[in-house]
Design a protein around this ligand. Sequence first.
Ligand code: C2E
Ligand code: MG
Ligand code: MG
Ligand code: MG
Length: 288
Amino acid sequence: ARKHNGKNGTKLFDPVMASLAQERLKIERYIETGLSEGWFEAHLQPIVDLESGQVAGFEALMRLNHPDHGLLPPGDIIRVAEETGTIKQIGERVFEKAVAHLARLSALPGLEDAYLAVNVSPLQFSAELPASTFAVLMKWGITPSRIVIEITEAVLMHDSPDVREVLEALSTSGIKIALDDFGTGYSSLSYLLHFPVNTIKIDQSFTRSLTDEDQAVRKKVRMLVTGINTVAHELHCRIIAEGIETEGQLKELRAMGVSYGQGFHLGRPQPVETIEAELKRALPRTIG
Ligand code: C2E
Ligand code: MG
Ligand code: MG
Ligand code: MG
């Protein structure tokens, strides 16, 4: 294989790299066409009050609905969109759709105050973000206090005056900030001190470990989650466990006093029409 390599060890033609590049081009085309043809959608996943079983809010999750290939999940699309800069436009589209969905669901009894959580990429954190966010909320008559912006550590790592100002402007208006995938980063705890974060989303890897087959692992993760729960409570942060897939995990989290949860066991991400139909059927809305 050595003789196929160039001087610096890079192959002149690498079929794996070539097919990756092709895959990437394909995604770039999907994004471009998707933006002009309106293929971007916001699916909603319920966030449930674990004590009462009531739906407290919904997380908007981006989907690209391709007419030939069906629903494409956000992973690769977001990565490519961040590289090409289209993430801003996609984010705006998805946000406007999600807010329209929230306005629609607000007509259901008990959902008048339900909140909407949206994921925002580090690259969307420009000075215009607050104004464009408020404009959409005005248009749909939604108060800022019903919106949660989910960020990951990646946003806070570029601790620039910009990020700080944007976060301050959003939270001054009543919008809440959630730290997503909590516990998977390098210094999640210190961000709680230095930024206006008021919601913690415990990463799904912790939820999964609650029912690990190894008893020692179960014991340790229970202590970790209990600890995070105490810290969150003391800091007046809302805490949400992500990725609840089984009744066993749900029971554990309830026993530990974790207030909110989200996961396939409680409800999958779905189009608003499906959510609406299910909630109407299930009135009064008690899940789990
Ligand atoms: P996230 O914000 O942590 O969202 C949770 C992910 O876990 C979603 O994947 C959701 O479908 C999935 N999930 C929910 N419950 C369960 C469960 O019980 N088990 C398992 N295994 N998975 C569960 P999805 O929709 O593929 O989104 C992946 C990530 O893409 C999100 O992670 C978020 O970081 C990002 N994302 C999604 N929508 C947007 C968006 O509109 N804008 C931006 N910037 N990022 C987005
Ligand atoms: Mg999220
Ligand atoms: Mg997460
Ligand atoms: Mg995630």
